[in-house]
Design a protein. Sequence first.
Length: 358
Amino acid sequence: MGETRSVTIADVAALAEVSIGTVSKALNGRGQLRAETRERVQAAAEQLGFRPNPLAQGLLSGRSYTVGLITTDSFGRFTIPVMLGAEDALGEGKVSALLCDGRGDPIREQHYVRTLLSRKVDGIIVTGRRTDPRPPIVSDLPVPVVYVMTQSQNPDELSLIPDDEQGGELAMRHLVTGGRTRVAHVTGPERFLSARQRAAGARKVLAGAGLDFAAGQVLYGEWSEEWGRQAVHTVLHAAPDTEAIFCGSDQIARGVADALRDSGHRVPDDVALVGYDNWDVFATTSRPPLTTVDMCLKELGQLAARKLLDDIGGSPSHGLHKLACRLVIRESTGARRILQPAAVAVAPGSVAAQGQGT
């Protein structure tokens, strides 16, 4: 039995009754061809099961159909969902991603930039674990670059981050409209932009209702369960009548839930609890499961990839853009619901252009 011969571009040309050059133009979207001719070539290619060679396509188009993804989040908490979203969007355009772990080391990042450029990538996505502005990965890169879950200090570069102030508003509005007026806020280090913005959103809602934080101030600390447990003692000592606690992360919130239970307070009957991140490992295993703010990281990754592809195609975007967060309702604030769309100030998935962040 003879070997099965691979279908060639010449076979497609013969079946479609056109030249090899016309087949190449039709399958690569180049040249001025009649719609009828292009459709006939595509139909012939499908009938024969012809798959163009990616290397040959790249040489013809001047593209490699690959992009680089450089992360500073070695732990992967934020990078993995962003990367999955980016790969989904890149796959729609049949583009592959090369993942590089910069580990927050500028020298290592520079090495990976050089490596990616030597591989002729069409663009680069830079992602991280905090939204604070960072120096550009390289000045005057010869390919488009998009920053996601981090932002460039260069306003001419495109940066995409969650709208943390809006997320803080969602959480606090949910508690206040639910009748909780004595609300404390326990969050991470004040040096983190995200912690300050979440607190600002919560404060805006409280001020609009003529209220202030229980305990009189935002309690900044660490992104840890231990800090959550410690903070509960501070809150209950300063404001024993506290009715709810909004936490800057799900990890903090689980520590808060443990300490409230140990002190004899029932969640949500005595004290309602809201987290931030919608991180399953904490949000769904907490006792009870946490109502929390979802930063829509997968959607953020999808948007970053699409914006990069737009830039590669000649339609660049610039500046800082923020993606709206959404609220996921679970037992820690009452009856379980999946989402509360009515509380979303900006529809999930939409992007509002903002000025350069601080």
